[in-house]
Design a protein around this ligand. Structure first.
Ligand SMILES: [Zn+2]
Length: 155
């Protein structure tokens, strides 16, 4: 099912899918992420590079948030949007909250480890002080196909 998507989100997801494919080609699980500012401009991008760097926290979201914060000169990414091809895990949902991004857009759901609606929903937990607007399922078929092809090739 595809719903109409705001143009900046769609363009950002296109870029995130390219980054995801690059991660897969480098031997990492294919996940890509970008951060856009209030005007829809990409201010940070990242791909999963856990294998490439040996860093257990080098998920695409964390890499993209770090780069966006460096580019904008502040850890506070209020009014920014994180666009990622796969539903964030618990760590990345935590990073989303810590960065104060106001929106999260993701592609594929992660039924095993997702923390933005599937297993947990940390980014909309009413017990926490910061909550995030979530748009899920953007370019889901493409994002899922990348992941499926990656894992099929490893079986
Ligand atoms: Zn993660």
């Amino acid at each position: 099912m595809s719903l109409p998507v705001a143009a900046p989100d769609a363009a950002a997801m296109d870029r995130a899918l390219v980054l995801a494919a690059q991660a897969g080609a480098a031997g990492d699980v294919p996940v890509g992420a970008v951060v856009t500012d209030a005007a829809g401009r990409i201010v940070g991008e990242g791909r999963n590079e856990r294998e490439a760097t040996g860093d257990p926290t080098a998920h695409a979201e964390v890499v993209a948030l770090r780069r966006a914060a460096a580019a904008l000169g502040s850890w506070n990414l209020d009014r920014c949007t994180l666009v990622v091809t796969l539903e964030p895990c618990v760590m990345c949902a935590g990073a989303v909250l810590q960065s104060r991004v106001s929106r999260l857009v993701y592609g594929a759901w992660d039924d095993k480890a997702g923390a933005a609606g599937s297993v947990h929903d940390l980014v909309r937990d009413r017990r926490l002080p910061h909550r995030v607007e979530v748009v899920a399922g953007v370019r889901e078929p493409e994002a899922s196909a990348l992941l499926r092809a990656f894992f099929d090739a490893r079986r």
